[in-house]
Design a protein around this ligand. Structure first.
Ligand code: DQA
Length: 139
C-alpha cells in the first residue's frame, strides 16, 4: 500500500510549540519510527504552512495513493477549499488531530473537512497517525 501523511500549518513546530498540548516529540523522529514499523507499506510525508500547497498535494497524490492521513491544523476549521479538494479526489482521507479538539475552544469543534473524510481521529496524541494508518489498511 501507498499512504501519505499531510500535515498543515504550524505542525513543522511539533516538539517546540505548545508542548503541553502537542507533546515534546518532533514529527520527523516519530515519522521514522512509524515508517520502519510498516513492512510493505510505502509511507511518505508532506508538510506545508500554505493552504494552496496542501491543495496541490492532495490533487497530486489523491488519484494514486491508497490513503491520505491529513492533519490540516487550523485550516480544518476554516478551509472550504481543502474540503472541496478532499471531495474531488478518489483516495480516502482520514482527518487527524493530535489534541482533543472537543476539549478546547469552541472554534475548534467544527471541521469543514470531516464530512468529506472516511473518519476522524482526535485526542490520542501522535499515536493518532498510527490509528489513521491502521484504519486505511483495514479495508
Ligand atoms: C490540531 C488542532 C487544531 O485546532 C490546531 O489549529 C492545530 C493542530 C491538532 O493536531 O490537534 O494546529 O490540528
Amino acid at each position: 500500500s501507498n499512504i501519505i501523511i499531510i500535515n498543515g500549518p504550524n505542525l513543522n513546530l511539533l516538539g517546540v510549540r505548545e508542548k503541553g498540548i502537542y507533546g515534546d516529540q518532533d514529527f520527523h523522529s516519530y515519522f521514522e519510527t512509524l515508517r520502519q514499523s510498516y513492512d510493505g507499506v510505502t509511507l511518505t510525508y508532506f508538510q506545508s504552512n500554505h493552504e494552496g500547497a496542501i491543495i496541490d498535494k492532495i490533487h497530486e497524490v489523491g488519484f494514486s495513493v491508497d490513503g491520505i492521513v491529513l492533519n490540516a491544523g487550523a485550516y480544518t476549521h476554516t478551509s472550504l477549499a481543502i474540503s472541496d479538494a478532499i471531495a474531488a479526489v478518489t483516495a480516502p482521507v482520514v482527518e487527524v488531530h493530535i489534541s482533543n479538539v472537543y476539549a478546547r475552544e469552541s472554534f475548534r469543534h467544527h471541521s469543514y473537512l470531516a464530512k468529506n473524510c472516511k473518519g476522524v481521529i482526535c485526542g490520542f496524541g501522535l499515536n493518532g497517525y498510527r490509528l489513521a494508518i491502521e484504519s486505511l489498511l483495514t479495508k
